[in-house]
Design a protein around this ligand. Structure first.
Ligand code: GDP
Length: 799
């Protein structure tokens, strides 16, 4: 009996392996994974189940194929007629640098930039045509090979190009995306602007100047969500070939459709290319020149104190802080600043005042490496404990040298020798024992040995030759951010290179601004802060996150632009990673140059209404928005309807029919938009609204803040109040707001009342609790998220 693997069958049926696994389980077939084998007769049963839909899908594929072929033929003809040979790019305004379909030009080395401005704004380099100014699709970016960000990534289950097994997982992971991975991905992308500081700058600069060519011509440098057309251009093949490859993978696409990571990898593999993903930000990133040694001067080391709980981290930090104050610093100590400088013999050391490896590692996870030296505190009345080992591992993973402070030596029971012996097992060998780890016995309580510890830190720092260039635009990392009454957003930044000055324009994560005031850790207003100096900065547009890179830019306009793009990209990535096309997305999709095609699956209670609905809706299409009914039938909305919708990125309209429960869960899983109607014209109205939305001015949404519902209070008169904690941003009275439950929006309206205790307030900031009511809604539940947002109309420019 012939057997085939699940993923192969999935390919046959144009569904994801995961969906097929579910279906198989539904049929009572025992299967473990996409690599499991299934028999012929099972395939036959599947065939029966899918037959109808597959037919519809096949027809659709043929139609798409023919249409694209026709379109490309027409475009090629048009291009041939025009001179000089313009890229055959039908109606899609794109960055000029993107290579084009069919144009068998060599792979584009980066175009050199006239005058080398930091961003491609030379006369020949047009801005992305989309009115949204949405992040540029790949193909033109000067993102160099960036081992930290591209390719098979550390930490993520990225496969390399799966040669000879290209389908492996390609579809499986496509729709069902691990939220954590997405979040990491966003973080990584956000952090990419910072890449220059970590050794990629040179590389990037070379590429930016167009002097470097691909080291390996078979590896594509692409951004995630590159379009079919751009991917084809990069591989120097026709877009139809890419479309066909996608179809073989069970993904139906149009030429302007953006592809997700897995699909890009799988398609590239078919054409014999490996893929290295670069961040879209790199195209917008601030080009960074590397410092020449002559420009750099020694800087203070930045130290993080780690160790097991109760071993004395806080006591040590406190002692050092107090000692440095006693040693002559005057003025009030700002309570909040989460980094401070101590000095020994006039030489400064910067301490990050966040003991513990969680803070250290969470910063690192965000791509921020701020620590030069880890001081590992081990109590001499105790031994090496689990968190000691963890701290060692974390420091090692970050490649940060460790200095051991053997603490509590004032205690009679102290046994520093045992601690040292213990540490040897973890490859930290004291100099006395022939190793090279500095170990200093101290008493954080009494202060014994602390000075020596500080001296050792400085010695180590000297050996490390820590340097920076104070004569360039400032750059650093956000260590802590909070809202303060009267001061607004106050952000502790550790400057890592260059100098930050009052009045500087900057970007930090998705926030931007102009430095209004700089405050030293003593609370003094200062006018500038150089490398390794912790400083509090005000003048932010909103609250950034710890770990964000703070970067001074030439002007505020640029800063705002970058922040806005990051914000958009973040949203876009979230959206793309999480769901299929919804009616609401249609407008967004068009703006991005995506498919202006609305695909529908119609299910109705009786044949007559299915027909009527298809007929009605089918006529709504316009030149700009093609409307395509890929399937219309009678009966409940079933799982296979959802799978078909998922495979073809369609929206399901049900007319007086229930959604089967398996379909409901499949829709939730595959994030398919399923809508039910009782009256035909309502459906028609929605579709029209979505379609006319395409022609309306673009609305840009900004999230103002997110609050978690922690407790629901039922009031007799005025309904319920959601007792909330503002987790990020601000919640504003009267702001537009939606209620999210389990990742889906269940209500969209406005913030009605906003209370702090008994008082009505206008605004509640991050970290505060408040009572929120949404106008016209009262069914709050614990765990709901209230998201306040703002819509901004942006004029639509017709391309
Ligand atoms: P952390 O959890 O690592 O931050 O540890 P703490 O700094 O909170 O210290 C834990 C306990 O150990 C506190 O009761 C301190 O007073 C005490 N402690 C810290 N350092 C010393 C020291 O050098 N000698 C003595 N005798 N006690 C200390």
């Amino acid at each position: 009996m012939k057997k085939i693997r699940v993923y192969e069958a999935a390919k046959e049926f144009h569904v994801s392996s995961e969906a097929l696994l579910e279906t198989l389980r539904g049929l009572g077939v025992e299967v473990k994974s996409h690599m499991s084998s299934i028999d012929d007769d099972v395939v036959a049963r599947l065939k029966q189940k899918f037959n109808k839909d597959v037919e519809a899908a096949r027809e659709e594929m043929a139609r798409v194929k023919e249409k694209e072929a026709a379109r490309v033929r027409a475009a090629a003809a048009a291009a041939a007629a025009a001179a000089p040979p313009a890229p055959p790019r039908p109606s899609q305004p794109r960055p000029a640098s993107a290579p084009q379909a069919g144009a068998h030009a060599p792979r584009p080395a980066q175009p050199s930039r006239p005058g080398g401005p930091p961003r491609p704004q030379g006369p020949s380099s047009q801005r992305p045509g989309g009115p949204s100014g949405s992040p540029r699709p790949g193909g033109g970016g000067p993102g160099g090979p960036r081992p930290g960000f591209g390719g098979p990534q550390a930490g993520g289950p990225q496969r390399g190009p799966a040669r000879g097994g290209r389908l492996r997982g390609a579809k499986k992971k496509k729709r069902v995306v691990d939220e954590r991975l997405v979040a990491e991905n966003v973080k990584r992308t956000l952090a990419s602007l910072d890449a220059g500081a970590r050794g990629h700058a040179k590389h990037r600069r070379e590429r930016g100047e167009g002097t470097a060519v691909e080291e390996d011509a078979k590896v594509l440098q692409v951004t995630e969500f590159i379009t079919v057309a751009d991917l084809a251009g990069q591989m120097e093949v026709k877009p139809q070939e890419v479309i066909a490859a996608c179809m073989r993978l069970g993904v139906m696409v149009t030429i302007n459709r953006r592809l997700d990571k897995d699909t890009i990898e799988a398609v590239a593999d078919e054409f014999g290319y490996g893929v290295e993903f670069v961040s879209e930000y790199s195209t917008e990133a601030v080009e960074e020149a590397e410092d020449v040694p002559a420009d750099t001067t020694p800087r203070a080391p930045v130290v993080t104190v780690m160790g097991h709980v109760d071993h004395g981290k806080t006591t040590l930090l406190d002692y050092i802080r107090r000692a440095s104050v006693a040693a002559g610093e005057t003025g009030g100590i700002t309570q909040h600043i989460s980094a401070y400088s101590a000095s020994v013999n006039g030489k400064p050391i910067t301490f990050l005042d966040t003991p513990g490896h969680e803070a250290f590692t969470s910063m690192r996870a965000r791509g921020a490496q701020v620590t030069d030296i880890v001081v590992l505190v081990v109590a001499a009345d105790d031994r090496v404990m689990p968190q000691t080992i963890e701290a060692i591992d974390h420091a090692r993973a970050a490649g940060v040298p460790i200095i051991v402070a053997i603490n509590k030596v004032d205690l009679p029971v102290a046994r520093p020798d045992l601690v040292m012996a213990d540490l040897t097992k973890h490859k930290l060998v004291a100099e006395e024992y022939g190793g090279d780890t500095i170990m200093v016995p101290v008493s954080a309580k009494k202060g014994t040995g602390v000075e020596r510890l500080l001296e050792m830190i400085l010695l180590k720092a000297e050996m490390m030759e820590l340097k920076a260039n104070p004569d360039r635009r400032g750059k650093g990392t956000v260590v802590e951010a909070r809202k303060e009454p009267g001061r607004g957003t106050v952000v502790a930044v550790l400057v890592q290179n260059g100098t930050v000055r009052v009045g500087d324009a900057f970007v930090a994560g998705t926030q931007y601004g102009k430095v209004r005031a700089l405050t030293s850790r003593r609370g003094d207003r200062i006018s500038e802060a150089g490398p390794s100096v912790p400083v509090e900065i005000t003048g932010f547009s909103g609250v950034p996150s710890a770990g964000d890179t703070f970067q001074v830019l030439a002007d505020e306009r640029e800063a705002r632009e970058i922040a806005t793009k990051r914000h958009q990209l973040q949203r876009e990535q979230e959206q793309r990673a999480f769901h299929h096309l919804t009616l609401a997305d249609i407008s967004q999709r068009v703006k991005e140059g995506g498919a202006a095609e609305l695909r529908l699956i119609i299910k109705a209670d009786v044949d007559g209404s299915a027909e009527a609905l298809s007929d009605h809706l089918g006529r709504l299409g316009s030149d700009e928005v093609k409307l395509r009914i890929i399937h219309s039938g009678v009966g409940n909305i079933s799982e296979s309807d959802v799978l078909l919708a998922a495979a073809s990125d369609a929206v399901i309209l049900g007319f007086r029919v229930p959604v089967e429960s398996s379909a409901r869960s499949a829709a939730a899983r595959e994030k398919v938009d399923v809508r039910g109607y009782e009256i035909i014209y309502k459906a028609e109205e929605d579709i029209k609204a979505a379609m006319s939305g395409l022609l309306k001015p673009e609305i840009r949404e900004t999230i103002l803040g997110r609050a978690e519902v922690r407790k629901v209070f039922h009031l007799s008169k005025s309904g319920s109040v959601a007792g909330c904690f503002v987790a990020s941003g601000n919640i504003l009275r009267n702001a537009k707001a939606r209620l999210m439950r389990g990742g889906a929006s269940v209500f969209d309206g406005r913030v009605g009342a906003l209370k702090r205790f008994k008082d009505d307030v206008r605004e509640v900031a991050t970290g505060y609790e408040c009572g929120i009511t949404l106008e016209g809604y009262s069914d709050y539940r614990e765990g709901d998220i209230i998201e306040a947002y703002e819509l901004e109309e942006v004029a639509r420019t017709l391309a």
